[in-house]
Design a protein around this ligand. Structure first.
Ligand SMILES: CC(C)(COP(=O)(O)OP(=O)(O)OC[C@H]1O[C@@H](n2cnc3c(N)ncnc32)[C@H](O)[C@@H]1OP(=O)(O)O)[C@@H](O)C(=O)NCCC(=O)NCCS
Length: 481
């Protein structure tokens, strides 16, 4: 059946709120019952290419704001310089995946049989197509990923030979890098495939890589913490998260549900964060999706980004060692002040968010439902009351509220995953869903090589001095007139 004859059931309209402005972006993304994601994309991509081309042609000279010296020295905060389609972050309400909040995703995305949390397969479909998938479409993704999950022997051998001291994120990044031996994108590019077809190979690599990530991550886990025991085979009837949990060695149903939620909410956080931006940049050089995703993982491995989830649990564990399991508010306050003498408080603050991260809130709701009496959860709840107060008093922290990393570790340790060094790997497996769905679109929309202009301090000073002089002269002329 051709796409043209497939039934088009409704016109999809999504609202995306940016900086509190409710701007409605109407898309001609027709919802379809077709289950083959690539076929769906073949239908969507030409329409979106046309929409973007028309928008660009009509508005190419419209300015979008100014860049100040402070922004340049301040990590480019607030500079509008990237197009990233799959999600948008609002500083007050948090992330929206293709216009949908986390709560909406939890309500609308298909679940596993008997489960309450969304399947990451559905979130991936949403990110790629801007459409909430049907159960059949999600089942198709699960099947597709299960079929593509085999790991080449050279990757297994490499992982087995790594020293146990090598951080699991370094292992993950290395494994993703060497998987590019099988890159269909790199092969097609070397054979001179036309630019209009790049997205198809980016899609193939993305599907292959996502399919293989749980097995790779599970091998790393078992090599490091389970004496190198075998991960076992993928069960073709089960979903991506169930297989991941099982390969890690966990059979608790609640843990599987937690993993489904975890892998959904860590996937995407618009384009400017370190991991997403890195993959976007590296991909713009037409490095294949494996190389681009490995680069993202190296950024995620930094303590100010994804590694914070490991740091949080280490920090809370030390708190318990020092103060016991029922510390009072004064003791916690002192512990935070002691921390601030040498480092930041992990899990709190954000470069964009200015309120509690909804990814924190949904994990808190999971904890309230499934583990309300867990001692570590109780401490996390106490910290929620105390940390914002202390950080607020410093007067310099723009956002004293918790981010996603403040909560994830205590949930994982509750189900027995106490290996904190490993937590960022779970984040990485999830983040691949976001960066790869954007990569498909980046190639579909023909995004060029990224090359912003950099300036030396001397160069900046000269520009500023020139502008001041011009301003003074203009002022004098006005006075004289
Ligand atoms: C996320 C983070 C890197 C954002 O940095 P940012 O955009 O520069 O944040 P701000 O603009 O609020 O920073 C202003 C000041 O407050 C400090 N600050 C911010 N968050 C802080 C925290 N959690 N603990 C202590 N100080 C903090 C900054 O270090 C900076 O201090 P400085 O001027 O002495 O260098 C920062 O909040 C942080 O380090 N948080 C802890 C690590 C973490 O949880 N990372 C995961 C993020 S999802």
């Amino acid at each position: 059946m051709s796409l043209a004859t497939r039934s088009v059931t409704r016109i999809f309209t999504s609202s995306i709120r940016t900086n509190n402005l409710a701007c409605v972006q109407s898309k001609c993304f027709s919802s379809t019952q077709a289950t083959d994601l690539k076929e769906v994309l073949k239908d969507l991509i030409p329409k979106e290419q046309k929409r973007v081309a028309e928008f660009k042609a009509k508005n190419k000279d419209v300015p979008l704001g100014q860049v100040t010296v402070d922004m340049i020295y301040g990590g480019m905060r607030g500079i509008k310089g990237l197009v990233y389609e799959t999600s948008v972050l609002d500083s007050n309400e948090g992330i929206r995946f293709r216009g949908k909040t986390i709560t909406e995703c939890q309500a609308e995305l298909p679940k596993a049989k008997g489960g309450d949390e969304p399947l990451p397969e559905g979130l991936f479909w949403l990110l790629v197509t801007s459409q909430v998938p049907t159960q059949q479409q999600v089942d198709w993704v699960t099947k597709e990923w299960n079929n593509r999950a085999d790991i080449p022997q050279h990757v297994v051998t490499m992982l087995n030979n790594f020293p146990a001291q090598l951080h699991p994120m370094s292992q993950l990044s290395a494994a993703i890098t060497v998987l590019n031996l099988g890159s269909k994108f790199a092969k097609a590019y070397s054979e001179g495939v036309p630019k209009s077809k790049y997205w198809e190979y980016a899609y193939e690599d993305s599907m292959d890589l996502i399919a293989k990530l749980p097995t790779i991550a599970a091998i790393i886990y078992r090599n490091l913490y389970r004496d190198g025991t075998a991960v076992g085979a993928i069960d073709s009837k089960k979903d991506w998260s169930w297989n991941f949990a099982t390969m890690l060695g966990y059979d608790n149903k609640q843990f599987v549900e937690l993993l489904r939620l975890y892998l959904t909410i860590h996937s995407d956080h618009e384009g400017g964060n370190v991991s997403a931006h890195t993959s976007h940049l590296v991909g713009s050089a037409l490095s294949d999706p494996y190389l681009s995703t490995a680069a993202a993982m190296n950024g995620l491995a930094g303590p100010l980004h994804g590694l914070a989830n490991q740091e949080v649990l280490i920090w809370i564990t030390k708190l318990v060692e020092k103060l016991g399991e029922t510390p009072n508010e004064a003791q916690i306050t002192q512990y935070i002040h002691d921390t601030l003498k040498t480092s930041v408080v992990p899990g709190y603050g954000h470069a964009v968010l200015r309120k509690t991260d909804p990814r924190y809130t949904c994990q808190r709701e999971f904890a309230l439902k499934h583990l309300p009496n867990d001692n570590m959860f109780k401490i996390v709840s106490q910290l929620y009351k105390v940390v914002p107060k202390v950080l607020g008093e410093l007067g310099k922290v723009k956002n004293p509220w918790p981010n996603v990393d403040a909560h994830s570790g205590v949930l994982l340790q509750h189900y027995g995953m106490k290996e904190m060094n490993y937590y960022t790997v779970l984040f990485g497996v999830s983040r691949a869903l976001g960066v790869l769905s954007q990569m498909i679109w980046s190639r579909a929309l023909g995004f060029p090589l990224e090359r912003p202009k950099s300036l030396s301090t001397d160069g900046l000073m000269a520009i500023v001095a020139g502008q001041k002089k011009a301003g003074t002269e203009a002022g004098q002329k006005t006075k004289a007139a």
